[in-house]
Design a protein around this ligand. Structure first.
Ligand code: HEC
Ligand code: HEC
Ligand code: HEC
Ligand code: HEC
Ligand code: HEC
Ligand code: HEC
Length: 499
């Protein structure tokens, strides 16, 4: 002690470079943290990147700084002991300066613990936020983040469907998420991201939390408008369909009732995307079991292994209710119907569908080539029209690029044809995976594809030749294409690919 200079308040052990670095680091991080904490509390809409820094990146640095302080002191103390000097006393409570330091240290620790508690709570909330999921892995998640942000589930946070409650699911997903974050950095990830069919939580635990299953939907009216290649030559074709959704826990009718409440339906698919269904089993309310198989099903004689059998639930039909990548044909029909693109532009439907459906190397390249492609077409192939209507063409190009940005993600190869939508049967097999008259039971029952099974057409046609009937109309194939009755037996998706 006698060797201590007059101004030195603490034991020699504390005067070393490691401790200095620890003090400077913790003070610096502490000041930053207090500042960012204040901003985060005060701002009405928390920022994603601010959250990442405040709750994920800085706290470990603060702890590192605090650990360095005693580490430096202990190392120095060891050194002093070895050199045979008198044994240093780290803390001497009879000294006023040491008393103060201990009090400050204790208050500091309590403060730090409180801040850690608030911080961990905020960090937990933060990793549960849509922004964290969508933006941390900006590149990988952009397609799902973007489609989510213009879906009916925009206000439902990612974790409500993908993680849900319960520690086991939380851990399972955070582990998968961490692996994914690592992969972002070295680029070893799938493009497009595979649909999480095996890992998605059961619909009972997610969808049914908000969509009460017994809720009665009487019917849902779908209004569809279709345009021919050249909308200036052919008037649009309209189809209004009344979907028999139905439900109600007992005795209901309609899609939900039959497919969910009156029957339990199990199936086996032979491919990863669950498109090729070869075995279906129903158990009705009375307990009667019926098994349907396709002609070339491997399970005609033997039962499929239990781990391949899936019980049908909401996600088997509504798999793309959130991340909807729309097809070029659908996008152009809708934009024309809504007037976002003028239907007085010659050939705009087929030109739009063509540029949207092409593959591009990046979003930037796509925007450039879509603009150039359409400009080229209208200035060279339609010079007469273009001369008088440049603004309409410019507007259409801007809208087509906007549609592209919301639905196509070339960097991740994410687009409509990468993710089959199971709700209908136009562009992907959807309901026709089973309802194709090809799935037969031993007793001769088939899973029907009768056009009135799921919906009735209450209005169809174009211009003055529109027919209406609330009892239901027989489907007429629009624009009289393909000109024969092949739609009666072929799958719609054999010809309709979406582009
Ligand atoms: C309302 C429920 C719901 C919400 C909210 C939701 N998802 Fe999904 N997500 C799903 C379903 C269902 C699938 C599986 C789709 C399938 O099987 O085809 C899926 C699939 C995915 C996939 C796999 C790739 C794909 O497109 O199939 C990713 C990645 C994903 N979601 C990320 C997110 C992110 C990020 C958010 C938040 C911005 C989010 N999800 C919000 C239900 C949801
Ligand atoms: C946290 C609540 C919540 C959860 C969980 C949730 N949804 Fe929704 N869902 C909503 C809300 C809110 C709407 C929008 C209702 C509206 O616009 O009238 C909606 C709309 C829908 C629609 C109508 C879509 C349309 O095109 O209008 C479908 C279908 C749907 N949800 C299916 C599902 C499925 C399947 C799941 C499970 C993967 C699910 N939802 C999970 C709240 C939820
Ligand atoms: C057999 C396929 C199938 C299953 C299984 C199914 N649905 Fe549906 N659901 C439909 C169809 C078809 C519609 C009609 C609307 C459409 O075509 O988009 C519909 C409509 C809805 C709507 C109303 C959408 C609107 O536009 O108003 C909601 C919400 C919904 N379903 C939620 C669910 C939930 C939750 C489950 C699971 C408990 C479920 N569905 C199971 C096929 C199914
Ligand atoms: C995994 C196979 C499978 C898929 C996929 C499927 N279904 Fe079914 N569906 C069945 C089976 C099996 C029955 C019962 C047939 C029977 O009992 O005669 C059925 C019956 C129905 C019925 C009632 C038929 C009646 O007797 O009145 C409706 C409505 C229905 N399904 C709608 C749909 C819709 C809409 C879709 C697509 C969104 C769909 N199903 C997809 C297997 C399937
Ligand atoms: C198993 C149920 C089922 C059967 C059988 C069925 N449909 Fe559909 N159909 C649907 C569903 C579900 C949709 C709605 C998809 C959506 O939400 O956009 C639909 C949509 C349609 C549409 C609008 C297509 C679009 O996406 O623009 C047409 C047209 C149509 N069906 C015609 C037919 C014809 C013709 C038949 C008979 C060969 C038939 N359907 C048989 C379930 C069925
Ligand atoms: C043999 C091939 C073929 C089959 C099978 C077929 N279509 Fe088509 N469909 C066409 C052609 C060709 C057109 C006209 C091309 C165009 O204008 O987009 C067309 C146009 C349409 C359109 C309007 C055009 C648009 O914008 O999408 C609808 C709706 C349609 N078909 C529904 C169906 C339905 C529903 C089924 C199944 C029940 C079906 N088609 C089966 C060839 C087919």
């Amino acid at each position: 002690m006698s060797s201590k200079p007059a101004k030195q308040r603490f034991d020699d052990s504390f005067y070393n470079n490691i401790t200095y670095i620890g003090v400077v680091l913790s003070l610096f991080v502490l000041v930053c943290e207090l500042f960012l904490f204040a901003i985060d509390f005060a701002s009405p809409r928390p920022s994603v990147y601010l959250g990442l820094i405040t709750y994920c990146f800085l706290p470990p640095l603060l702890i590192l700084g605090l650990i360095l302080i005693p580490t430096g002191a202990l190392l120095k103390r060891k050194h002093i002991l070895h050199s045979g000097k008198p044994r240093p006393i780290l803390i001497d409570l009879s000294l006023a300066t040491h008393q103060n330091a201990v009090v400050i240290f204790m208050i500091g620790t309590v403060l730090l613990l409180v801040m850690t508690a608030i911080g961990s709570y905020k960090a937990f909330n933060y990793t549960e936020s849509t922004g964290f999921c969508g933006l941390t892995c900006h590149q990988i998640m952009k397609p799902e983040y973007t489609t989510h942000s213009h879906s009916p589930h925009e206000r439902v946070r990612c974790v409500e469907c993908h993680v849900g409650s319960g520690a086991d699911w939380y851990l399972r997903y955070k582990m998968a998420g961490t692996k994914m974050v690592v992969k972002t950095f070295d680029g070893r990830y799938h493009r497009p991201t595979p649909a999480p069919l095996q890992n998605l939580r059961p619909a009972k635990e997610i969808c049914e939390q908000c969509h009460w299953p017994g809720k009665l939907f009487s019917a849902v009216l779908l209004n569809k408008v279709y345009y021919a290649d050249d909308p200036t030559q052919t008037p649009p074709w309209k189809i209004n369909l009344l979907m028999r959704v139905g439900a109600g826990k007992v005795g209901g009718a309609g899609v939900h009732a039959h497919m969910y409440f009156s029957n339990e339906i199990f199936y086996v698919a032979d491919d990863a995307k669950r498109q090729n269904i070869t075995w279906v089993k129903t158990i009705d309310k009375a307990g009667k079991v019926t098994i349907y198989t396709t002609k070339d099903s491997p399970y005609k004689k033997v039962n499929p292994p239990q781990d391949k059998v899936r019980r049908m639930d909401c996600i088997d039909c509504h798999n793309r209710a959130t991340h909807r990548f729309e097809a070029p044909d659908v996008l152009m029909n809708r934009a024309l119907a809504q007037g976002a693109i003028s239907s007085s532009i010659p050939m705009i439907k087929s030109e739009g569908v063509e540029v949207l459906g092409k593959t591009y190397s990046s979003t930037a390249a796509a925007e450039k080539q879509i603009r150039e492609g359409l400009m080229d077409y209208y200035s060279k192939k339609q010079p007469g029209y273009f001369a008088g209507h440049q603004a309409a063409v410019e507007n259409a190009i801007a809208e087509i690029i906007r549609l592209y940005r919301k639905n196509f993600f070339p960097e991740m190869k994410s687009r409509w044809d990468a993710y089959p939508d199971n709700i209908g049967h136009m562009i992907s097999l959807g309901c026709f995976r089973c309802h194709d008259n090809e799935h037969k039971s031993a007793g001769g029952r088939v899973i029907s594809r009768k056009c009135t099974l799921c919906h009735v057409i209450v209005e169809q046609g174009s211009g003055t030749s529109t027919e209406k009937n609330l009892e239901g109309l027989e489907f007429k194939h629009p624009f009289n294409d393909p000109g024969d009755d092949s739609w009666k037996t072929a799958n719609c998706s054999d010809c309709h690919t979406g582009s």
